[in-house]
Design a protein. Sequence first.
Lengths: 152, 152
Amino acid sequence: MSGEMSKRVTAGLALAAAVVLVRPAAAAEWAAVSEGTLSPHYASCVVEAGGVDAAMLACVTDEFERQGVRLDAAMDAALASFGPEAMAARAALEQAEIAWINYRARTCAFASALAAPGTRGVVAQFECMVELTAERAAWLLANVVDRNAAAP
Amino acid sequence: MRLATPILFAGLLALQSAAARAEPAPTGEMSPAYGTCMDAAGGVTHAMLDCIHAEIERQDAELNAIYGRAMENLAGLSDADVRREGLRNAERAWIAYRDATCAFLGTPFHLGTFESVLVADCVAQMTAERVRWLALHAFDPPLEFDLEPVRK
């Protein structure tokens, strides 16, 4: 458990470093970020919220903002990781990103509709957005940045 | 255009209704038969593709089955029409996202990679993940998984 905790803290620090660097070029830094998906702030915020909808809403919207920064940085790193010979792959990635954004919107609208109406539904929608955004950033790092870095 | 084949194939399968071989419980994992098939393929590309296409067929059948169950389940809830339409929209957006993502993975990053295998594997893996997502998020309470150990 404490190993898991320290892993999360390390990932959090790496995330903070990545945000400060704005556009980190090295895939190694990103490998560290991809270890942890959700921020330590989020975990402690959820515990403190104690199931109160209004408090949970603040946690999920804050985390969504953090994950948005992380995703933007991951996408920038992904696009920057292609050589000039891979223009088709870059264009295909941009197409896939548009499809992903639509998928996230539709999926999380459904998650919201399945939950109770009102604040709970909005919390469910943001929880879904946070989860999918974090997954997408990790996916971009593993399948694009790391794959390009490992290329001969 | 060898890339288009698996995607088109997956798309056609997705259009078939839930009639196909439904498992009693979703696994959300690649099937044991897939691991056996891949071991026997011994790294030969066309044999691997046969294994993956068979797995896509199995995963599509699972996805269709669980999607059908989710839609049936939603029919019994309040606001059934809105919720069912939400899931239908989410599923369409997911198919577009999966196809765009797997097409991207098949666009050459570098020379000499096994794109056709990557595309087909991507479709199979993402479909299995979608089964898992639906089981966890499209039912209240979430569906139970068949937790038998699965060979990759």
